[in-house]
Design a protein around this ligand. Structure first.
Ligand code: AVJ
Length: 311
């Protein structure tokens, strides 16, 4: 599975490095080391997301259970997101838990067992392999942690559309969305004082060096995570400290960087209710519920396919 995905990854990597501005697919962030660092991020005082989401899920799990009466819970890209536990505990009708992740390693390490519930992991990329979703009635598909914020708008629209067509009557989608807020708090969440987020992002360079024999020199890049007010996303990556070339033998590529040139490694979009509702509607999804924590930092939203002709 993974090796089948690599040619696409290499193609996307070459394409991103030739693009303007330059970009490295965020896939490179999540190797074993990256996943460990992400775990560490979720415990940082500045990184409020998982705690805010936990607050909402803990408070609303009974209501989610009542509204969905889910028999199958699918967790997309769940590696590291421990928050599904709140749902499993409360969904009385639950028979099956399906963690769905690109990383087999991640699936193995997070292979919780729950009494009376069959755990059926799927190794796959939720942007490509949703065909692999198991059938059955009353499925609840969860994409938590604001993971959807890593997708640029066109990719997000595509994913929401695919999910809308995958949902049958009685199924529901549960999304965790980080909300637009005070810029200082957003920037602090991605510029933590312990430097863990920087290490996490720099690890993407190390991963490309390791797998493609690339010559990224950490010293020649500075870490940068800043709020983009126009797109309302955090723009996260590295910036060349000086003009230089990076050889990538595995891609037969030599990448020139100008002094000060940015290399984006990920975006993390932040959401607003009205705009997201419109985005969902356009994809064929209707909002059933929208819950936030007391501070209005983070939203959890429950959606259903509308099955109406799109204009
Ligand atoms: C896992 C995508 C939700 O965007 O906040 C955390 C990844 N990157 N710190 C996010 C991340 C830097 C995270 N998500």
């Amino acid at each position: 599975m993974l090796s089948a995905a690599r040619p696409d990854l290499y193609e996307a990597t070459a394409q991103g490095l030739r693009a303007e501005p330059k970009e490295l697919p965020s896939f490179w962030l999540y190797d074993l080391r990256g996943s460990e660092l992400y775990e560490e991020i979720t415990r940082l005082p500045e990184y409020y997301l998982p705690r805010r989401e936990a607050e909402v899920l803990e408070a609303r799990a009974p209501e989610i259970a009542k509204r969905t009466r889910a028999e199958t819970l699918v967790e997309l890209g769940g590696g590291g997101a421990k928050n599904t536990g709140f749902l499993v505990d409360v969904l009385e009708s639950l028979e099956r838990f399906v963690p769905f992740d690109v990383s087999e390693q991640m699936l193995r390490s997070s292979a919780n067992t729950y009494p009376g519930i069959s755990v059926e992991p799927i190794v796959g990329d939720f942007e490509r392999d949703l065909d692999a979703l198991p059938g059955g009635k009353r499925r609840l598909i969860a994409l938590l942690g604001s993971t959807i914020g890593n997708l640029a708008p066109a990719r997000r629209a595509r994913l929401l559309g695919t999910l809308a067509s995958a949902l049958e009557a009685g199924d529901a989608l549960l999304l965790g969305l980080d909300l637009v807020k005070d810029v200082a708090r957003l920037e602090a969440a991605y510029n933590d004082s312990a430097g863990v987020t920087e290490a996490f992002v720099r690890n993407a360079l190390a991963a490309v060096n390791g797998e493609l024999g690339a010559g990224f020199d950490q010293e020649r890049f500075a870490y940068e995570a800043r709020w983009d007010p126009q797109h309302e996303w955090m723009d996260i990556g590295l910036r060349a400290r000086e003009a230089h070339n990076v050889a990538i033998p595995g891609l037969e590529l030599d990448v020139p960087f100008a002094e000060g040139e940015p290399l984006r490694v990920e975006i993390s979009a932040k959401f607003r209710k009205e705009r997201f509702e419109e985005e969902a509607r356009a994809a064929g999804l209707g909002l059933d519920s929208w819950w936030t924590d007391r501070a209005d930092d983070f939203a959890v939203t429950l959606l259903q396919a509308t099955r109406e002709e799109q204009p």
